[in-house]
Design a protein around this ligand. Structure first.
Ligand SMILES: Nc1ncnc2c1ncn2[C@@H]1O[C@H](COP(=O)(O)OP(=O)(O)O)[C@@H](O)[C@H]1O
Ligand SMILES: [Mg+2]
Length: 247
């Protein structure tokens, strides 16, 4: 059984048919990369997994760890262990690094006070553990997030996601806008997170960097899966790479 399984997922925004029967599976403990050009449907796929798209715009099924989560609320999906690091990081610029990292805790306590039932009471990573992954964040705990470099903001966004219970980490273009050297340090962090037992779904436009650390790969184009295979198979498939990824 795969950890994550999408079957025939469709999404519509108004008249536009954005995802067309997307089926994919992610195995426990792997790094799976989802590639495709700008506008191909990558973010929409992640949002369907996380329950962030309204249920009325999508159909098909999403199963996580053998349980159907297709119609669950985003906070319940998060509580099951799916954490999303959104596109463009979305850290809170006026809060400090430490405040950004405490937010998951604050919102969890608030939901508990409001009596919302969440699917589990598991906790995410402790602050110290996050700092162990990203020592640069520890050096900057009191700094406002908006003043961090792009790479540091990406580390903060990943760290914040890990503060929620995480079995599957969804990363939406974490390398976007980062210098090659910084990409390498984010890459190293992703590999370490995987070694620590978490599963990664890595959405990227940077196909070369993503396939380098991935086990399996999917390519989407105009909302359809046009390739699925191992990362090595994609690397060897020049036609697919040139046609859909331009590399
Ligand atoms: N909220 C929305 N309303 C209407 N169209 C959208 C919305 N979000 C995305 N789209 C469209 O859906 C398509 C896929 O977008 P997206 O999933 O963001 O692609 P990607 O992440 O691969 O760049 C694009 O054509 C985009 O313009
Ligand atoms: Mg996107």
């Amino acid at each position: 059984m795969s950890l994550l399984e999408l079957s025939g997922v469709d999404a519509h925004y108004g008249e536009s048919h954005i995802l067309r029967g997307v089926s994919m599976s992610v195995e426990e403990g792997e790094i799976c990369t989802l590639l495709g050009r700008n506008g191909a449907g990558k973010t929409t796929t992640l949002r369907c997994i996380a329950g962030a798209t309204p249920p009325e715009v999508r159909s098909g099924s999403v199963e996580f760890a053998g349980t159907e989560v297709t119609s669950d609320a985003p906070e319940d999906i998060a509580a099951r262990g799916i954490s999303l690091v959104p596109e463009e990081r979305r850290v809170f610029p006026n809060l400090t690094v430490a405040e950004n990292l405490r937010l998951p805790e604050v919102s969890r306590n608030a939901s508990n006070r409001l009596g919302r039932s969440v699917a589990t009471t598991r906790e995410g990573m402790a602050l110290e553990e996050v700092y162990d992954y990203f020592p640069r964040l520890e050096e900057r705990t009191k700094q406002r997030a908006g003043t961090l470099s792009g790479g540091e903001q990406q580390m903060l966004a990943i760290g914040r996601a890990l503060r929620q219970p995480t079995d599957l980490l969804l990363l939406d273009e974490p390398y976007e806008g980062l210098a090659p050297q910084i990409i390498e340090s984010v890459e190293a962090a992703i590999q370490r997170i995987r070694e620590d037992g978490k599963t990664i779904l890595l959405v990227e436009q940077n196909a070369v960097a993503a396939t380098k650390i991935a086990d399996s790969a999917y390519v989407v184009d105009q909302g359809e899966v046009v390739f699925e295979g191992t990362a090595d198979e994609l690397e060897a498939d020049e036609e697919t790479r040139q046609r859909y990824l331009g590399v």
